[in-house]
Design a protein around this ligand. Structure first.
Ligand code: ADP
Length: 498
């Protein structure tokens, strides 16, 4: 493992140690309780800002504002107007992109190359949803009733949306929630993760600057058990759009039962990434490595169960371990950094816990296997990129989501057995296949029970292509036309014409 140089923190205009309020009804306000919490830089432990700590009372205020906006002039905003607002927001995000990338890096640790690299995706999302705003339509449907009765459908916004997001990509996650809401004419109360709330607040400032009317976008930072739970249970919220762990997803579904609100869930995974002996190994080594190490493994669809065909297992896993050892670990602000810290002390404990479990279970760490405890990185939450070999299907490191830079490399021999084992997980988010054989690629892609299959690549994403889970990875889709449907109701209208 190489270590990048510590970077002197130049003060960021939005992470300058000052206090940030929450946005309700177009106004920046304190929490009703007056409480605040600190948000830290995971690379250094340094405090970046204090943030108003919302709880149930603030959620009530924000939901009331979102309801008023939904029923007020916003309900009359034409598609073209919503489109223009999203285009204006995209323009402002583009203008401020470097600042937003740095803010994501400071607040959650990802390498700046990664947060800058999100540029096209984030801008693409905003512009895609802008395009969709003027493409929503119902259908006229011929019916078989006697006489003359005309039937058609209307697509209507679902109403007030509660958006609850994680910390592993705050800018993209915020855009992924507010983009479709604005496009469809909904209003939103967004609760960012307590670990990294700053980018959502900054984006909310830009939304105001773009002219998005008061109450349409509200941002209430706070903790999951208080603000998050209040939003999920709120009787006047029509839909919750959630991204996070499956455990929290389950409590959101339970909380939604009170008013049977709509729910979409983008949850965790333990995705299989399968390397056949006929693959282009020079491409598969970096591809399969970064399918896990990118963002320090803090990606829900990371390809953490690396299935490798027996005849190339030793060679391939050895090369992945060598790749991992060479990665530059460091402060995300250093442009040479490839692996940043984990987001928090809690995540550090969780991941190092799994490193110990893997060793106890009998897996062999060919690379990494520990926290970085020396030099300038000792103060941050850094873990070495880790490759476990000799992993068996029933080990906890092969079944449970670790959310850290940890690969569990598993051997396989024949195709049918492989497919059964790859699908033997409670999750079904991502999956990967590396092969030069097109028939094999099709066969395995069809057999895998996962929302995305990447062949000879990993983690390709596009605003127009749906993303989401099977099984305990959740339901509903983000990106693509299906995403908009999650924010729409369908009304059937019947008109007797004779
Ligand atoms: P992670 O393990 O990735 O932090 P979580 O599911 O705990 O995932 O967190 C994702 C988001 O869900 C965060 O914004 C968090 O505050 C929120 N959250 C956590 N617990 C609850 C809950 N009981 N109800 C609603 N939201 C919650």
């Amino acid at each position: 493992m190489a270590v990048s140089q510590a970077v002197p923190i130049t003060r960021h205009p939005f992470a300058d140690g000052s206090y940030k309020k929450m946005l309700i009804d177009g106004k920046w306000v304190d929490a009703a309780s007056g409480k605040r919490f600190e948000t830290l830089n995971p690379a250094t432990g340094e405090m970046l800002a204090t943030v108003a700590e919302g709880d149930a009372e603030d959620i009530n205020r924000a939901v009331a504002a979102a309801r008023r906006a939904f029923e007020g002039p916003w309900s009359k905003a034409k598609p073209f107007e919503r489109q223009n607002l999203l285009l204006k927001l995209a323009e402002l995000v583009e203008k401020n992109f470097e600042e937003l990338s740095q803010l994501d890096t400071l607040d959650m640790g990802a390498p700046i190359s990664r947060t800058r690299g999100n540029r096209l995706r984030v801008l693409g999302m905003l512009r895609y949803y802008a395009g969709q705003a003027t493409s929503l339509h119902g259908e006229t449907i011929e019916n078989s009733l006697p006489g003359e009765i005309f039937s058609y459908t209307l697509k209507e916004p679902v109403g007030v949306v509660g958006a609850i997001i994680p910390w592993n990509g705050p800018l993209a996650a915020t855009v992924w929630k507010i983009g479709p809401a604005i496009a469809t004419g909904c209003t939103v109360v967004l609760k960012p993760a307590e670990e990294a709330p700053l980018t959502s607040l900054r984006l909310a400032e830009l939304a105001m600057e773009a002219g998005i009317p008061p109450g349409v976008v509200n941002v209430v930072p706070g903790f999951g058990e208080t603000a998050g739970a209040a939003l999920a249970a709120h009787p006047d919220v029509d839909k919750v759009a959630f991204t996070g762990s499956h455990i929290t997803g389950q409590s959101i579904v339970r909380a939604s039962a009170g008013n049977l609100k709509r729910v979409s869930l983008e949850l965790g995974g333990k995705s299989p990434d399968i390397v056949f002996a006929d693959a282009d190994l020079d491409a598969a080594v970096p591809g399969a490595s970064m399918a896990v190490f990118a963002n320090s493994g803090q990606i829900c669809s990371a390809g953490t169960r690396l299935f490798v065909e027996e005849k190339i297992y030793d060679e391939f896993v050895g090369r992945v371990a060598e790749f991992g050892r060479k990665l530059q670990v460091g402060n995300g602000l250093d442009p040479n950094t490839q692996i940043g810290p984990l987001v928090s002390e809690q995540q550090l404990e969780r991941v190092t816990g799994y490193l110990a479990i893997g060793q106890t279970e009998g897996a062999k760490a060919l690379a990494g296997g520990a926290r970085v405890t020396e030099g300038p990185l000792a103060k941050g939450y850094f873990v070495q990129p880790t490759v476990f070999a000799n992993v068996q299907d029933n080990m906890r490191i092969a079944q449970e989501e670790i959310f850290g830079p940890v690969i569990s490399a598993i051997k396989f021999k024949d195709m049918d057995e492989l497919i059964r084992r790859a699908n033997a997980t409670t999750f079904g988010l991502g999956s990967g296949v590396w092969t030069r054989d097109v028939a094999k690629a099709h066969h395995v892609s069809k057999a895998l029970r996962a929302g995305s299959v990447w062949v000879n690549c990993y983690q390709a994403m596009d605003p127009a292509v749906p993303f989401g889970g099977y099984k305990m990875s959740g339901y509903g889709r983000e990106s693509g036309k299906q995403h908009l449907e999650e924010y729409l109701n369908i009304k059937a209208v019947w008109i007797k014409t004779a």
